[in-house]
Design a protein around this ligand. Structure first.
Ligand code: T3D
Length: 258
């Protein structure tokens, strides 16, 4: 089964992250497929709106920790180079594609999964959705552009609190603080998002695109600089023994849950 599912109906391209056994965590193949799909959508005139969602229980739990960190060998790669090659490019693609991108979040959004939802234009959440940055729990810092998009959406104090604590918040709280645009019943997340996407698809394509470009003008240069800064700082964070301990703790919780 493909790790990225696509459906294209009435001008709305829906991209569904599809690694449900791992809560749609990103391996390299999924990150590559998502970047390619966004690039393709950007130049396809029949795509007027993009919806990014996850299959089954989650939007995405972020980077696949089994790919990132081996208990024996440690880090599998330089996180700086990995961020540059994957999530940084996806975040920029989400913000610069000349079409609206709506994140439809059902279940959990964590780590860079949440960061990418923040890089989308709008966020619709199912009433069962949960949100956590989660990076600090494994000794890392927010990446994927969350260091600029989250303060922009919810304010600096709230963003730092969520980043430092890795607290999990529910959909109602996410809506209250401005992290999501709207909350809908879980059962109708797909339909409600598609209905809104169709409404946008029926608007003037050039007005929609130019509005995004105008609102992006100040944000994209900042986002690009922050992504590069995050990559450097994440490289430093990843060299701490806290990462090994954090990932081990996550795996032990998982083992205990079995
Ligand atoms: O190089 C680079 O690019 C560095 C970049 C890093 C970017 C990042 O995203 S770092 C942050 C990575 N993500 C996390 O640390 C989140 C880890 N997951 C969790 O904390 C929890 O799973 C959740 C809070 C998201 C959800 O909790 P819960 O209780 O609903 O689900 P669960 O039981 O923990 O997870 C269900 C399964 O998904 C479980 O597998 P199992 O036991 O059923 O076989 C779990 O291990 C798996 N899973 C969840 N998250 C990940 C994962 N597997 C691999 N990687 C994950 N990130």
């Amino acid at each position: 089964m493909a790790s990225l599912l696509r459906s294209h109906v009435d001008g709305v391209l829906t991209l569904a992250l599809n690694r449900p056994d791992k809560l749609n965590a990103f391996d390299d193949a999924l990150a590559t497929a998502l970047l390619a799909a966004l690039t393709e959508a950007g130049s396809d005139p029949t795509v007027r709106v993009v919806v990014l969602t996850g299959s089954e229980r989650a939007f995405s739990a972020g980077q696949d920790l089994d790919e990132l960190f081996d208990a024996e060998a440690g880090l599998a790669h330089s996180v700086r180079e990995h961020l540059r090659a994957s999530f940084n490019r996806i975040a920029i693609a989400l913000r610069t594609i000349d079409k609206p991108v709506i994140a439809a979040v059902g279940g959990v959004a964590a780590g860079v999964g949440l960061s990418l939802a923040l890089a989308c234009d709008l966020r619709f959440a199912a009433d069962d959705a949960r949100f956590t940055l989660g990076f600090s729990r494994i000794g890392l810092i927010p990446d994927g552009g969350a260091s600029v998009m989250l303060p922009l959406l919810i304010g600096l104090g709230r963003a730092l609190e969520l980043a430092w604590t890795s607290d999990v918040i529910d959909a109602a709280e996410a809506h209250r603080i401005g992290l999501v645009n709207r909350v809908v019943p879980a059962i109708s997340l797909g339909d409600d998002t598609a209905a809104f996407a169709r409404k946008l698809a029926g608007m003037s394509g050039s007005a929609v695109a130019l509005t995004k470009r105008a609102m992006n003008a100040a944000i994209v240069p900042q986002l690009a600089a922050v992504l590069e800064g995050e990559a450097e700082l994440q490289e430093r964070a990843a060299s701490s023994p806290d990462v090994r301990a954090g990932v081990r703790a996550f795996r032990e919780r998982r083992a205990q849950a079995r």
